[in-house]
Each structure stands twice: as structure tokens, then as C-alpha cells.
Design a protein around this ligand. Sequence first.
Ligand code: AMP
Length: 184
Amino acid sequence: MTTESTADVVEPTVAQLVAEKLRDIPDFPKPGVLFKDYTPLIADGPAFARVVRDIAGRYAGRTDVVVGIEARGFILGAAVAYELGLGMVPVRKVGKLPGETLQEEYALEYGTAAIEVHADAFRPGERVLVIDDVLATGGTAAATCQLVERAGAAVAGVDVVLELGFLGGRARLGDHPVHAILTV
Ligand code: AMP
């Protein structure tokens, strides 16, 4: 008979947890795209907490405010901001923010998209942590970094749960520190 002691239980790394909890949805939102769905990850309390603490741990004392990118970045961004005791600024699709905004356009595979931030969202020189669920082509994150800098703040880092490394998005982010919990 074997007995199980707590020493036998090996806790998964945060990257293993992410790999286990992300769900692949083929052909969403259009044919040919393999969508990486993080709703099962954030629906799991301990897994969600692990990811939030992992990100927060990288930036404690090194950031003043957190940016969440619409829409999935809001969920994680708000949780990380709360964990760090910081405020959270939303970067949104055009037409959603009520105050005066700065807007940044960026290229998509076909056509362009644009995002906005409130023009007065940051104090001069504030260090900003940018958060999203997935770094794909990097267009959205790069445009967000432009907005942060145009608004007079500085990018402390870009943190994502998952990086699609084969799309090379990191290269569009210049010298900004980029961290992905898991890269595929
Ligand atoms: P990007 O191409 O890096 O600008 O990604 C655009 C936005 O779409 C980001 O906010 C990502 O979260 C999301 N996104 C892009 N590709 C995927 C994917 N395969 N699965 C899930 N989300 C994605």
C-alpha cells in the first residue's frame, strides 16, 4: 500500500496551468483562426489568482498604473491593478470613451483598426503596465504603447498570458519589455 504525502504533490508552474486551462476554438471569429480562449482560466479561481499574482509580482514597485486592453485585457488588467493597489486605465475601441481621447490607428491583416485612451488618463512620466490576454501580431499592443507615450507616460512593460510566437508580434514592440506566461 502506498501513502500519499504532501511532498508527493508537485504544483504545476504557472505556465503549465495556463497551458492546461486555455481552450482552442478553431475557426473563430473567422475561418482559419485558432482562437485561444482564456475564459476557462479566469473561471477557475485558484488558476486566475495564480496568473494575477504572477504578473503583479513582476511589477511590484516598478509601475504606477495598469492599462487593460479591450475587452479581455480589462478582466486581467483590473485584477492585477487591484493586486498591486494601483489604478486601472482602459484602452478601448473607438467611440466608447466619453471624455477627450487620443486615438491610434494600426494595420490589420486586411484594413485598419483604431483604439483610444482618455487624453488625461496618466500623470506625466507615470510608469504603465500594459496587459492583454494574447499577443498575436502585436498591432494592438504596439498601438497601446504609442497611446501611453503620446499621453505623456512611459511603458514599464507589456504582459500577456499567451504569446503566439510564430506571428512575431514582439518585434513590433521595440525596446519595451515584453513578458508572456506561455509562448506557443
Ligand atoms: P494583435 O494581432 O496582437 O493585435 O491581437 C489583436 C487582439 O486580438 C488582441 O487583443 C488579442 O487578445 C486578440 N487575439 C488575436 N489573435 C488571437 C487568438 N488567436 N486567440 C485569442 N485572441 C486573439
